[in-house]
Ligand binder design. Structure first.
Ligand code: ATP
Length: 304
């Protein structure tokens, strides 16, 4: 089943602002989908339409097979949301927050189990106003997990988290996806999207400019890999043979290390060429172009 589908989704605010300009998106059940875009690209508007907090100017959206506008109550019941900048209730305990969501969704859960999943077991009875920013973010994630949702919508879930918190979020996202939950994940921290998501959509000024796997995006922008090869007995002939290979666009030598910019298919030919020239290869490593560079190439230099 398709978990999220939008067709020609447009949203205009007043006469001047076209927040979404015809978004066609299809996310399958069980997918972890990363939604990326610079500030103001339209990410929150899209999420708000999926949850019927905002109505589209034209086009349609369906969530878990239901119309986003006609069946919003049922959609919200089956969806866990971590909204951007959610305000917690300062005077109430962590446990109360979880119980509150369970009650409003009409589900029977063990709050301690959820609190311990998000690393707040010891703070369950403390007032959330005294939580650190990262703990508050963990609490909102816990609230999103209440009732085993079929869809998790996480808007910037790593905000305020330390590295162990970021790892916990990643683990929870994978656990949820493993049991069939679809995860729609927006983030500015591109390396985290890369580490977690099956596919990525890049939004720019209300238009979806790319939807693909991270590897697919790399291929389509012709992103190059940096190959470092530690060698012994490098000769001028060997170096020139590598330089002449198709797919090698840059080559530098630093002591016993060759540093080459190569397209995907050229990695092995560099190694085999060196060996056939009698150079012994002691070690090699590759560095892929990261999502930050890819993102820049799609959004014309605007950072997320
Ligand atoms: P961010 O990463 O900063 O949260 P975003 O990608 O979520 O950005 P949106 O919040 O969806 O972007 O905003 C898209 C565009 O719509 C922006 O130009 C924004 O100023 C405008 N916009 C959003 N909400 C409203 C509103 N209620 N009234 C008028 N304009 C709005």
């Amino acid at each position: 089943m398709t978990a999220i589908e939008t067709n020609g989704l447009r949203k205009r605010y007043g006469d001047d602002i076209l927040a979404l300009d015809g978004i066609d998106l299809r996310i399958e059940e069980g997918e972890i989908f990363g939604f990326l875009g610079p500030n103001g690209a339209g990410k929150s508007t899209t999420i708000n339409i999926l949850l019927d907090f905002v109505r589209p100017t034209s086009g349609s959206a369906s969530v878990l097979g239901m119309d986003a506008q006609d069946q919003s109550q049922e959609i919200r019941r089956r969806t866990g949301v971590l909204p951007e900048g959610y305000q917690i209730y300062e005077r109430l305990t962590g446990r109360y927050h979880i119980e509150f969501v369970a009650e409003s969704k009409g589900v029977d859960i063990n709050p301690d189990e959820i609190l311990s999943r998000v690393g707040l077991a010891d703070a369950a009875d403390r007032k959330a106003g005294g939580y650190s920013k990262g703990m508050q973010q963990r609490l909102t994630l816990g609230m999103a997990l209440v009732g085993d949702p079929d869809l998790l919508i996480l808007d910037e879930p790593s905000t305020g988290l330390d590295p162990s918190g970021v790892r916990d979020v990643r683990e929870i996202v994978h656990e949820e996806a493993d049991r069939g939950t679809t995860v729609f994940f927006s983030s500015h921290i591109l390396s985290q999207v890369e580490a977690v998501c099956d596919r990525v959509g890049i939004l720019r000024q209300g238009e979806l400019v790319a939807v693909d796997t991270v590897d697919g995006l790399r291929d389509s922008v012709g992103a190059e890999t940096t190959l470092r090869v530690t060698v012994q007995g490098l000769t001028d002939d060997a170096r020139e043979a590598v330089r002449a290979l198709e797919g090698v666009s840059d080559l530098q030598v630093e002591g016993e290390t060759l540093i080459a910019s190569v397209s995907d298919g050229a990695k092995t030919s560099v190694i085999t060429t060196l060996e056939s020239e009698g150079v012994s290869v002691a070690d090699f490593s590759t560095e892929e172009a990261d999502l930050e560079q890819l993102f820049m190439s799609y959004t014309g230099g605007e950072t997320a």
